[in-house]
Structures are given as structure tokens and as C-alpha cells.
Design a protein around this ligand. Structure first.
Ligand SMILES: Cc1cc2nc3c(=O)[nH]c(=O)nc-3n(C[C@H](O)[C@H](O)[C@H](O)COP(=O)(O)OP(=O)(O)OC[C@H]3O[C@@H](n4cnc5c(N)ncnc54)[C@H](O)[C@@H]3O)c2cc1C
Length: 385
């Protein structure tokens, strides 16, 4: 069994999109990197998500970050030498109440001011984009439409980053748990893993929904809570749906995969925090009914699989990124709720810039871990919770 070296510049905990992308950007800067995952690459939320990439957010920092990720996604196949399945099919975000219409108008003004080509669609225009959508039946008053949103394959993207990082010298140790972060004199010095102690100048906590537990081993308290989020896929049907369709009001989203199946999720408002991976009949029934209501021709189409993953949720539904007070060199990159796949590439790039001491493309302060203590945060509202 391969053993880690005694020391690296950076130890990364977690081999989801965040850990693997961070390893890649660090290794491409000449830093020595070891990634540890107690399971396999993509075993966490990354391998359970449908890969949606949206830039329509209610807070400016999120829009900027998502736009930066899209710049990266556009060239990622070439950069990593893989076919990531990245497509810009657009996101159609349906408004079902007057309140939503007003909120969307405000958000769209802000998004356009940042250069996003988002526009309002009247019901008739929605039908032009998705003729099968029962716009009247679901009571849609209109929709926010951004044609440059899209999706990619989470497995291909994450393994693409992982293999490219390895080609640059990074080492990825799967089935290697991190038992604790080693802290000496207020400085992170490495990690104690199931394969022994590894020294490192920097420790990156990219453990997704388990990040809070990892942080605790260094005496750092994070406010993140894990919430189950369920999802399903149907048997393949003839291609008809290019965009991701979302309703915040119904807490639902769905798109058509490249194999033809409709893949989508519904957020149960009664979900309690916890490490729950069970698949529930309640989700199956609610989601199937929603799909049949939104797209009546889908009635009778069979569901072939349902599964569950965890959202790593912070009090403002915005990620935690950056150093923590009290433990130098311990960098948090977690708390991504339902948007770590889309924010991942840009965030990982920023973290690598930060560790390498380079000027940052975007500021990290809005995502600073200590914003909760300061009470200085603005909640993201454009979410499927
Ligand atoms: C159903 C669902 C739908 C989603 N839809 C979208 C979407 O459309 N678009 C989007 O952008 N995001 C979406 N998300 C969110 C997205 O999947 C996550 O935000 C993202 O994958 C988080 O990546 P990560 O690398 O931080 O965490 P993860 O992928 O969870 O990786 C964390 C890794 O850390 C490892 N780990 C944990 N503890 C330890 C330890 N002590 N030692 C070693 N390793 C450890 C785990 O094994 C795991 O592999 C969705 C999530 C779910 C569940």
C-alpha cells in the first residue's frame, strides 16, 4: 500500500470537486500537495449532484464567483485534457408569486450590471424555450432566463482535476481518513491520517458536510450543518429539454441528462439536519408528481433510480472560504450548500492564489469564516433549500 511522504507544502482533506480542484491549482503553482479522502474520489456530495452551473444569484459576490467559474468551465476540457460534458443550455427560473417577480427584477438588474445576459420571459416566451412545460397549470407568471448557465458531469470534472493534479505531482490517497488536524503553537502543522502523521505548512479543510467535524479536531468551531437532499433520474426519453428548470417556490429543479433521463431534486422543507442518506418514498412521490405537473408528457415515464446526498449548509447559505482566527495555515473551503459544484473551480483557484501569496482574482472576505461572529453577512435567497 502506497504511503504518504513525511511532509508536503499542503495537506488537503477531502477529494470532492473542491479538494481535487484545489490540489490541481496548487500543484500547477509548483507546491507539493497530498489529498486525503477516507473514501473514494466523488464519494461525497460531488458524486451525488446533477452538475448544475448557475450564475443567477441574489448576492453580487455569488454572481461574480459563478461567472468566474463559467470562464473556467468554458476552457476546462482543453485545460485538463478531458471531455467534461460542459454545456450551456441555460437556466429557466420560474416566478410563481408577485413577490418573486419583484425579487427577480431586482436580482436581474444587479446581475445585468455585472455583465450577465439574463432577461425576463413572459409565459408565452417560456413556451418558446420549453414547449412541453405546462406554464398555466403550474401558475408561472414568468421566468428569469440566462442562456449562459448550464451543467457539466461532476465525475468527469472531478476526476479530470484529480488526474491533472497527479500529473503535476500531487498525490491523492483514497481510503485514508484524517483523524485530526495537528496544531502546534497556534499553527496548523499537518494531519494525523489512518496511514500515519503527515506534516504540512498548510491544511485545507475541503471535507464537505464533514468539515465541521474536521475543524473541531483543531479546536475550530464552524456553524455548518448537514442536510439530506434527495434526487432521482427517470428512464431515458427523447431529447426535448435543454435548460435546467427551477422553481424556488416549489423548491424543485430538473434537467435532461445527456443519456436522456430527467434528473432532478426537491428540497423537503421539513428535513432535519443530520447524516441521513436514506431514500424516502415521500421524496419519490412528491418529485414524481411535480415532474408530471410541470411536464405532463412525462406522466407514465419510469423512475429508474433515486439517491440522497448532503448539503453542507451555513447560516447565510454562502460558503466559508479562507483562513480562521486562532489556527494559522488552516484554510476552510466548505459550507457550499447546493452550489459547490458551480462555485468550485473559481473558489479552488482563489484558494490556491491565496496560499501561493498571489494577488486574488476576487476578494475572499465576503466568504470569511469569522463573518458569523461579526454578524456581518447578507443571506443568499436564490436557493433550492
Ligand atoms: C442532491 C444534490 C444536488 C446538488 N446539486 C448541485 C448542483 O446542481 N450544482 C452545484 O453546484 N452543486 C450542487 N450540489 C452541491 C454540491 O454537490 C456540493 O456543494 C459539492 O459537491 C461540494 O463538494 P466538496 O468537495 O466540498 O464536498 P464533497 O464532494 O462532499 O467531498 C468531501 C469529501 O471529504 C471526505 N471526507 C470527509 N471527512 C473526511 C476525513 N475526516 N478524512 C478524509 N476525508 C474526509 C468525504 O469522503 C468526501 O469525499 C448538490 C448536492 C446534492 C447532495
Amino acid at each position: 500500500m502506497r504511503r504518504p511522504r513525511e511532509s508536503y507544502d499542503v495537506a488537503v482533506i477531502g477529494a470532492g470537486i473542491i479538494g481535487c480542484a484545489t490540489a490541481y491549482y496548487l500543484a500547477s503553482r509548483g507546491l507539493s500537495v497530498a489529498v486525503f479522502d477516507r473514501s473514494y474520489i466523488t464519494s461525497g456530495a460531488t458524486g451525488r449532484c446533477p452538475g448544475g452551473i448557475r450564475q443567477q444569484w441574489s448576492t453580487e459576490d455569488h454572481v461574480r464567483l459563478a461567472m468566474k467559474s463559467v470562464e473556467i468551465y468554458k476552457n476546462l476540457d482543453q485545460e485538463l485534457g478531458v471531455e467534461t460534458g460542459y454545456r450551456q443550455g441555460g437556466y429557466l427560473i420560474l416566478a410563481k408569486t408577485e413577490r418573486e417577480v419583484k425579487d427577480f427584477e431586482r436580482n436581474m438588474r444587479m446581475q445585468r450590471s455585472l455583465g450577465l445576459p439574463v432577461r425576463w420571459l413572459e409565459p408565452g416566451e417560456i413556451r418558446e424555450i420549453v414547449p412541453e412545460l405546462d406554464v398555466e397549470g403550474i401558475g408561472a407568471l414568468g421566468a428569469a432566463w440566462n442562456p449562459t448557465d448550464g451543467y457539466a458531469d461532476p465525475f468527469k470534472v472531478t476526476f479530470g482535476y484529480a488526474r491533472a493534479a497527479e500529473r503535476l505531482g500531487a498525490e491523492i490517497f483514497t481510503f485514508t481518513g484524517v483523524e485530526r488536524v495537528i496544531v502546534e503553537d497556534g499553527q496548523a502543522r499537518g494531519v494525523k491520517t489512518s496511514r500515519g502523521v503527515v506534516r504540512a505548512e498548510w491544511v485545507v479543510n475541503a471535507a464537505g458536510a464533514w468539515s465541521r467535524l474536521v475543524a473541531e479536531t483543531a479546536g475550530v468551531s464552524l456553524p455548518n450543518k448537514p442536510y439530506r437532499h434527495e434526487i432521482l433520474v427517470t428512464e431515458p426519453v427523447k431529447p426535448f429539454l435543454r435548460p435546467m428548470v427551477i422553481s424556488f417556490h416549489d423548491n424543485v429543479y430538473f434537467r435532461q441528462s445527456s443519456r436522456g433521463g430527467i434528473i432532478g431534486g426537491w428540497g423537503d422543507p421539513n428535513e432535519k439536519p443530520g447524516y441521513n442518506f436514506e431514500s424516502s418514498p415521500r421524496f419519490l412521490i412528491t418529485m414524481a408528481r411535480l415532474l408530471a405537473k410541470y411536464i405532463p408528457p412525462l406522466r407514465g415515464v419510469r423512475v429508474v433510480r433515486q439517491w440522497a446526498g448532503l448539503y453542507d449548509v451555513t447560516p447565510d447559505a454562502r460558503q466559508i472560504t479562507g483562513p480562521v482566527r486562532g489556527v494559522e495555515g488552516f484554510i476552510q473551503v466548505n459550507g457550499f450548500s447546493g452550489h459547490g459544484f458551480m462555485m468550485g473551480p473559481a473558489t479552488a483557484h482563489l484558494v490556491a492564489q491565496f496560499i501561493a501569496g498571489e494577488p486574488l482574482d476576487l476578494p475572499l472576505e465576503p466568504f470569511s469564516p469569522d463573518r458569523f461572529e461579526r454578524g456581518a453577512f447578507e443571506g443568499e435567497t436564490a436557493v433550492v433549500g
